[in-house]
Design a protein around this ligand. Structure first.
Ligand SMILES: Nc1nc2c(c(=O)[nH]1)N[C@H]1C(S)=C(S)[C@@H](COP(=O)(O)O)O[C@H]1N2
Ligand SMILES: [Mo]
Length: 435
């Protein structure tokens, strides 16, 4: 059975009893069937943000009003200001203005879950297994990782392959990300390469396969929520990490605590959260969401809406060149005597550096270079800023366009593809100067 991702209200509408079981893990109980208790009650309390004094009266299959008001999305502890796209699984993006800092704060970092996060995200007793095409299979605790390998801290850009999907027409199904499924946190961990080297790859080693402690949406323990991997050459990049800290603190439980992979510049799905196992394989991994069309795009350009056979898809590796305007916020109104403004943001480009940044205030007729900083380390996004003038009253748009080290620039329009990946069309914001 194919489980479609869906929102809470839809879930409750279709099958309220089952919705309870899915959302709150409530097991039907013979004696007091229809009422919430035990773990289900605790889960509901956590979601509505308080204990429920009259829980004994709470009927089965009733969506809590705290969640039913979709104008007031539920809160996720340790996160703030995110736009919640979906609650099961949890998916939330960061509005562009909140991405303004050079390092994305943990409480602003986007969340993309394919399944249900594990309940226990404590580092105590957590182990990582390395097996498959290695000479010495290993089981390592997080302390083993810290003690046996060099610990490094890097700022790394990490973007969901589906970021920008909301811009597709005809629409592509999946999370309707706008701009905010991207982050550039400071990650601390060990190099994946060092760990694989300690295990010793066999000559057949070709691809990694990642496993995490989350569970499939269906609750079926035989199924993975997601299990992707990367070719050994990407695993060998010194910026590909097994991370146990973000921004100098613990990983957020929704961002993979206590251990995750960070494969910067590649689709976010390669960066396994709640990491428990890396299986080194002698072939391209064929785990959950490796195919036939997941995180893949057609090998050739296709027309919007065109049917594309599965064989014509390739795995997405390096993400495309892209940029964001993080200041000002779209819709800003400038007073009439205030006609210049510093506009700024970030630019990044998969495995490459960004080389140039341009901005336009006349709908792309003319472009002026922005100041572009080098990355603090390879695979960090890069700060850009430009002082722009808005000569008369009226409506303007600021358009921003990055060009990478290979000379490839962001397009005006999306290259449509069936699953809605890799939308790197230029970011535009609206701006008005008062009369
Ligand atoms: N175990 C596990 N790892 C995962 C996922 C997941 O659902 N489960 N989602 C992937 C996807 S699609 C993305 S874009 C990133 C999102 O990372 P974040 O939630 O920390 O922002 O995690 C990836 N790693
Ligand atoms: Mo993703």
């Amino acid at each position: 059975m194919k489980i479609r991702e869906r929102g809470l209200c839809e879930l409750y509408q279709n099958d309220p009893e089952r919705a309870d079981a899915l959302v709150f893990g409530r097991v039907a109980d013979e004696g007091r069937r229809g009422f919430l208790r035990g773990a289900g009650l605790a889960a509901m309390g956590a979601v509505v943000g308080a204990a429920i004094p009259f829980h004994r009266n709470y009927p089965a299959g009733l969506i809590p009003a705290a969640l039913a008001e979709d104008t007031k999305p539920f809160t996720i502890e340790g996160k703030s200001g995110l736009r919640i796209l979906n609650d099961r699984p949890v998916n939330a993006e960061t509005p562009a203005p909140l991405l303004d800092p050079d390092v994305t704060p943990t409480d602003r970092y986007f969340i993309r879950n394919n399944g249900l996060p594990p309940e226990n995200t404590s580092a105590d007793g957590w182990t990582l297994t390395i097996d498959g095409e290695v000479n010495t299979p290993m089981e390592l605790s997080i302390d083993d990782l810290r003690n046996r390998f060099e610990v490094v801290t890097l700022k790394l850009q990490h973007e969901c392959g589906g970021n920008g999907r909301a811009g597709f027409n005809p629409p592509a199904s999946g999370n309707q990300w706008t701009y905010g499924a991207i982050g550039n946190a400071e990650w601390t961990g060990v190099r994946l390469r060092d760990v694989l080297q300690a295990a010793g790859l066999t000559e057949n080693a070709k691809y990694t396969a990642h496993y995490g402690a989350d569970s499939h949406l269906s609750g079926d323990p035989e199924k993975e929520a997601v299990s992707r991997g990367m070719p050994i050459w990407k695993a060998w990049d010194p910026h590909t990490l097994i991370a146990f800290q973000m921004n100098g603190g613990d990983l957020h439980p929704m961002n993979g605590a206590p251990l995750r992979i960070l494969a910067p510049g590649w689709p976010g799905s390669v960066s396994q959260k709640w990491l428990t196992r890396i299986w080194v394989r002698d072939q391209v991994h064929d785990g959950q969401k490796m195919g036939p069309t997941s995180y893949r795009v057609p090998k050739y350009p296709v027309a919007p809406g065109q049917d594309v056979p599965n064989e014509a898809f390739r795995i997405i590796e390096s993400m495309p060149v892209k940029s964001l305007i993080t200041y000002p916020e779209s819709g800003i109104v400038l007073p009439r005597d205030h006609r210049t403004l510093e506009v700024r943001g970030h630019a990044w480009s998969g495995d490459h550096d960004v080389k140039e940044m341009h901005v336009s205030n006349d709908f792309g007729a003319t472009w002026v270079p922005a100041q572009l900083d080098p990355p603090p380390n390879t695979y960090s996004w890069q700060r850009w800023r430009a002082r722009m003038a808005f000569p008369t009253q009226g409506y303007y748009e600021v358009w921003a366009r990055a060009t990478n080290a290979e000379g490839v620039s962001q397009p005006f329009a999306i290259a449509w593809n069936p699953k809605g990946y890799l939308n790197n069309a230029m970011h535009r914001i609206a701006l008005r100067v008062e009369a």
